[in-house]
Design a protein. Structure first.
Length: 377
């Protein structure tokens, strides 16, 4: 068997990739679990301090600076408007989306069919040009064939989102940070024709063009969306401060402001928030595990040399495609997760740590040999 230095010299590229993947995977899991622990701690602190308010009672000064749970219908007095298009809607947000008809370059690689021996085996590109509605300006200066495919230098009308200055839930005014959380946009559908003759309405879309069926490069179209319509039921958990709902800052400095559609009680709100947080955490856990597994595959031969004389990893074969790499990656990932959680939830952290080291204990104590002897007898 080669020595560790000899094996590293023989496969130094793969080894360096493995070391990088191992460091990145451990960093990703550490960051992810630290974020999850802090968020769980912040949610628990917010839950323990939350007070349920009656929507119809006037705000009490004794609740200033405290976390409150309030549910009810949004109240918006002044509508958000777009006069040129006859749009007026009572909502927290009104978004104007502008698209321009532009040239778009598509590149398709193909093998070079030239009979020249010097270029044989090389790839060449075919360029195609089509017209599409695009939200952002396409710079035609970078096109391979610029002649006949020029786009305008700017879009004459910009996309913008309007926010209502005053939004209330009962007697409490909703702060700007919570207004920003209204992001479930619904398309505005209107049959009212705009007064401007150069604007045409078709299926809720406003076209600035002569012919909506045959638009020209440079024509624009406008769509409108709203979020948080007046009268919609919502539930908010935030800090009450001088008659306004603003984010609550926990003892760890984490700002919490929860918003969900519908009338939800306090337990439903926090259950939904914990579920969303766990879902996001598990996505990154899975990614971190597969990164560490990739590191184990790249470093498999080096690891085999390092543990050759040890019994605690006698299960490790050193084969890059062996199941033992999955076991090793699983144990390393669990160790990182356990380390993050052991201070916040000791029982959970200890259980995860025991699960991480169980394969090593199994082989160190010789349980696998006892099992094999039982099968032979």
């Amino acid at each position: 068997m080669n020595t560790l230095s000899e094996e590293f010299e023989r496969s130094w590229v793969t080894s360096l990739i493995g070391i990088f993947l191992l460091c990145f995977g451990i960093w990703l899991l550490t960051w992810n679990e630290g974020r999850a622990v802090h968020h769980a701690h912040s949610l628990d602190e917010t839950y323990n301090n939350a007070i349920i308010l009656n929507l119809y009672e006037k705000p009490s000064e004794e609740h200033n600076g405290k976390v409150v749970h309030v549910t009810g219908s949004l109240q918006i007095e002044e509508p958000l408007t777009e006069v040129d298009y006859g749009i007026a809607i009572q909502a927290v947000k009104l978004k104007r989306r502008v698209q321009m008809y532009q040239w778009v370059e598509e590149r398709t690689p193909r093998p070079d069919d030239d009979n020249n021996m010097e270029t044989m085996g090389t790839m060449t590109n075919d360029y195609y040009y089509i017209t599409e509605w695009r939200d952002k300006l396409v710079d035609s200066n970078g096109f391979y064939i610029r002649h006949g495919h020029e786009n305008p230098k700017e879009i004459p009308l910009t996309s913008v989102t309007y926010v209502s200055p005053t939004v209330k839930l009962g007697h409490l005014q909703v702060g700007n940070e919570i207004k920003d959380k209204f992001d479930d946009f619904i398309e505005v559908t209107s049959d009212e024709r705009p007064d401007r003759r150069d604007v045409k309405l078709h299926m809720g879309i406003y076209y600035h063009c002569d012919d909506i069926w045959n638009p020209e490069v440079g024509d624009i179209r406008v769509q409108f969306y709203y979020a948080g319509g007046s009268g919609e039921p919502v539930t908010i958990i935030a800090k009450q401060e001088s008659g306004m709902l603003i984010p609550y800052e926990t003892s760890k400095g984490h700002k919490i402001a929860l918003l969900r559609q519908g009338n939800l009680n306090i337990n439903q709100m926090f259950s939904a928030e914990h579920f969303d947080a766990r879902l996001e955490t598990w996505k990154l856990r899975g990614l971190g595990f597969f990164i560490i597994y990739g590191a184990a595959v790249c470093l498999s031969r080096l690891i085999k040399i390092m543990v050759f004389h040890g019994s605690f990893m006698s299960f490790y074969t050193g084969d890059p495609l062996s199941f033992s790499n999955l076991v090793l990656a699983f144990s390393v990932a669990l160790c990182v997760v356990a380390t993050a959680w052991i201070m916040y939830r000791p029982m959970l952290g200890a259980s995860l740590f025991f699960a991480a080291v169980s394969p090593f204990l199994y082989y160190t104590m010789g349980l696998d040999h006892g099992y094999n002897n039982m099968r032979i007898n």
